[in-house]
Write a protein that binds this ligand. Structure first.
Ligand SMILES: NC(=O)C1=CN([C@@H]2O[C@H](COP(=O)(O)OP(=O)(O)OC[C@H]3O[C@@H](n4cnc5c(N)ncnc54)[C@H](O)[C@@H]3O)[C@@H](O)[C@H]2O)[C@@H](O)CC1
Ligand SMILES: Nc1ncnc2c1ncn2[C@@H]1O[C@H](COP(=O)(O)OP(=O)(O)O)[C@@H](O)[C@H]1O
Ligand SMILES: [K+]
Length: 516
C-alpha cells in the first residue's frame, strides 16, 4: 500500500527498522536521498546559474551535503551554507566529511537572483520555531526557486502547522512516503509540488509499522466501489431518502438527491414537508417525491420503502426541533442501515452534541457519516476544535471516536476518519468546490454510495475524492448544480478500474478489507 501516510515519528521507526534489517545502512539511505534530490534538480534546473545548499545540523542537513557534492560533481556552480556542525558519529557527519565543498556560515547567506536554493535545514526533526535569523532567510527566499528536502523547514511534518516561519518551496522531495504536513494546511501550501522518492526502503518495512492513515486515492477504496450487476433493479441498486427543508430552503436537499442519483443509487426519494411539495414537484423529474410532515409519516415511509440510506440536514434549519425530530426518528425507526448528517443536521446539536452521540452509539443505530465544515465541527466538538497542539488529522480521529460515526472533516484539506482511528487525508481538493451547495451534493454522493452497500469509511473517502475529481474535470465556472452531472467522467473511469480490481481479487491480489 504505497499510499500510507507516515508521521515523522513513524518514519523514524521505518528508517530504523530498514537500517537494522539491512542491507542498506543509514549513510546508504542518506546517499539515496541525496541522489534523488540531485537528480530532480539536474532534470528540472540544470540551467540555473548557481545552487545554494543550506544545511542544518541534523540528518536533513546530511542529505544537503550529499546533494551539494553530487551537483558539484555534475558541473553545477554550488555554494554551501551550514548552521552548526553535524553531531559526531551521525550519518550527517559522514556526509559532511565526504562533501568536497567548504561550508560558509549560514548567517552570511543572502539569496541571489538566478540561484536555486536547496532547503536542507530541518525535516522530520523540526522541534521548535525557526530562529529570527532563519525566519529572515525564509522570508528573503520566498520569491526564489526553493527545492525543499523532505519538508520545507518550518513546516511541522506531523501537523502541517508553521513553526515561526517556513520556506516556500517550488518542489519538495520527500522520502518513502508522504507525511501529514505535506497534505494538511497550511503546510501543504508551502510544499509546492511533492515528489516521493524511493530510497530503497521496501513496502513490507513500511507496512510493518502499521500506519493508520492513507492518502485518499481510489486505491484506498476502489475494491468497494459499487458496480451494478445484471440482476440489479432500481431498489436493489440502492434507495436513498433525502429530507427536504421548508419552502424557503428546498434546493439543498434537491442537490443532495441529484448527487445520490448520479453516483448510482437506483432510487432517490425526497421527503418533503407539504408546504414545500409544490416547489419540489416543479423541480424534480426522476427523483421520487413523498410528502411527510410528521414523524408517523416518515416512519411509515421507512417501514414501507426500507431505504438503505438517509441524508438529513441540508436546508432543514438549525433550530432544536430538527435535532429532536432526528432523535425521535432514530429511537423509533428499526433497522435503518445508514445515515449522512450534514449542515443543519449537525448544527441543530450545538450545545447538546452528546444527545446525538448517545443515539449513534446505541445498539441498532445506523452506520453514520457526519460531514462538518470547520464551523459545524466547532459546534459539535468545541473542545477538540480548540486543541492547539493536535493536527486536523488527530481532531478528526478524536471526533470519530467520540461520536461513533465516520467523520468527513471538510475543507481544502478534508480528513476522513473512522471511529477505529483509521483515517485518510484528501489530496485532490480544489477551490472550485468553494461554491454554495457543493457540500450538499457531497452528502448525497456519500449516501448514494452507502445505499449501494459501500462500507461507511470507504464510502466517505470515495465521495470526497469523486466530488473533487468531478469539480476538477468540470473546471472554472462550476456551481453546485453542475456537480451531479460533472460526476459522469469520474464514474466512467472508476467503474472499469473497479472491474479490474475485481479480477485482481479473483486472482488473490489486493486486500478489500474495510477499514471503517
Ligand atoms: N538515516 C535516516 O534516518 C535518514 C534520514 N533522512 C533525513 O533525515 C531527516 C531527519 O533527520 P533528523 O532527525 O536529524 O532531524 P533534522 O535534520 O530535521 O533536524 C534535527 C536537528 O535540528 C535541531 N532543530 C530542530 N528544530 C530546530 C529549530 N527550529 N532551530 C534550530 N534547531 C532545530 C534538532 O535539535 C536536531 O539537532 C529527514 O528529514 C531526512 O531528510 C534521510 O537521509 C533518509 C535516511
Ligand atoms: N478551498 C477549497 N479547496 C478544496 N475544497 C474546498 C474548498 N472550499 C470548500 N471546499 C469543499 O467544498 C465543500 C463545501 O461544503 P460546505 O462548506 O458544506 O458548503 P455548502 O454548505 O455551501 O454546501 C466541502 O466538500 C469542502 O471540502
Ligand atoms: K528541509
Amino acid at each position: 500500500m504505497a499510499h500510507e501516510i507516515l508521521t515523522p515519528a513513524e518514519m523514524a521507526l521505518v528508517d530504523r527498522a530498514a537500517i537494522e534489517g539491512g542491507p542498506l545502512s543509514g549513510i546508504d539511505l542518506m546517499h539515496n536521498a541525496g541522489h534523488a534530490v540531485a537528480a530532480l534538480i539536474l532534470e528540472r534546473f540544470s540551467g540555473a546559474a548557481k545552487v545554494d545548499v543550506l544545511c542544518g545540523p541534523g540528518n536533513n542537513g546530511g542529505d544537503g551535503y550529499v546533494v551539494a557534492g553530487l551537483l558539484s560533481d555534475a558541473g553545477m556552480n554550488v555554494a554551501l551554507y551550514a548552521q552548526g556542525r553535524p553531531r559526531v558519529g551521525s550519518d550527517a557527519a559522514i556526509a559532511a566529511r565526504e562533501c568536497p565543498i567548504q561550508p560558509q556560515p549560514l548567517a552570511d547567506y543572502e539569496p541571489e537572483a538566478g540561484s536555486v536554493i536547496v532547503d536542507a535545514l530541518f525535516g522530520a526533526g523540526l522541534s521548535k520555531p525557526l530562529s529570527h535569523e532563519l525566519c529572515r532567510i525564509a522570508e528573503a527566499t520566498s520569491s526564489r526557486t526553493v527545492v525543499a528536502v523532505d519538508l520545507p523547514s518550518g513546516v511541522s511534518g506531523e501537523t502541517g502547522v508553521i513553526l515561526g516561519a517556513a520556506f516556500r518551496a517550488a518542489i519538495t522531495v520527500t522520502f518513502t512516503r508522504k507525511k501529514p504536513g505535506h497534505l494538511l494546511l497550511p503546510g501543504r501550501d508551502f510544499c509546492g509540488e511533492v515528489v516521493v522518492a524511493d530510497i530503497g526502503i521496501g513496502d513490507r518495512t513500511v507496512a510493518a509499522i502499521g500506519s493508520a492513515c492513507v492518502e485518499n486515492t481510489p486505491a484506498a477504496w476502489i475494491g468497494h466501489f459499487p458496480a451494478p450487476n445484471i440482476n440489479s433493479y432500481k431498489y436493489s441498486r440502492g434507495h436513498v431518502g433525502v429530507f427536504s427543508g421548508g419552502p424557503a430552503a428546498t434546493g439543498a436537499a434537491r442537490l443532495a438527491a441529484m448527487g445520490a442519483a448520479r453516483i448510482g443509487a437506483g432510487a432517490v426519494t425526497l421527503l418533503s414537508p407539504s408546504a414545500s411539495t409544490a416547489i419540489n414537484a416543479a423541480h424534480l423529474t426522476s427523483i421520487i417525491l413523498r410528502e411527510a410532515d410528521t414523524l408517523e409519516e416518515v416512519l411509515a415511509f421507512l417501514e414501507a420503502r426500507r431505504p438503505h440510506s438517509l441524508v438529513y440536514g441540508p436546508g432543514l434549519g438549525a433550530e432544536a426541533d430538527a435535532g429532536d425530530f432526528l432523535l425521535a426518528m432514530l429511537a423509533k425507526a428499526g433497522g435503518l442501515p445508514s445515515l449522512v448528517l450534514d449542515a443543519d443536521g449537525l448544527s441543530t446539536f450545538a450545545g447538546r452534541p452528546e444527545l446525538l452521540f448517545d443515539a449513534l452509539h446505541r445498539d441498532g443505530a445506523p452506520a453514520t457519516v457526519l460531514s462538518p465544515h470547520e464551523g459545524e465541527f466547532r459546534r459539535l466538538f468545541p473542545d477538540i476544535a480548540g486543541e492547539s497542539q493536535i493536527s486536523k488529522l488527530e481532531k478528526a480521529r478524536a471526533a470519530a471516536k467520540r461520536s461513533g460515526a465516520v467523520i468527513i472533516y471538510k475543507g481544502p484539506d478534508t480528513v476522513i476518519a473512522a471511529p477505529s482511528g483509521y483515517a485518510a487525508i484528501n489530496g485532490n481538493g480544489t477551490p472550485l468546490l468553494a461554491t454554495a451547495g457543493s457540500g450538499d451534493v457531497l452528502s448525497g454522493i456519500c449516501a448514494g454510495l452507502l445505499a449501494q452497500g459501500m462500507p461507511p469509511f470507504e464510502a466517505a473517502c470515495a465521495a470526497v475524492w469523486a466530488h473533487a475529481d468531478a469539480a476538477l474535470r468540470f473546471g472554472p465556472g462550476l456551481i453546485a448544480e453542475d456537480l451531479p452531472l460533472a460526476l459522469l467522467p469520474t464514474i466512467r473511469e472508476l467503474l472499469p478500474a473497479r472491474q479490474a480490481e475485481r479480477w485482481n481479487t479473483v486472482f488473490g491480489k489486493p486486500d478489500a478489507q474495510t477499514k471503517g
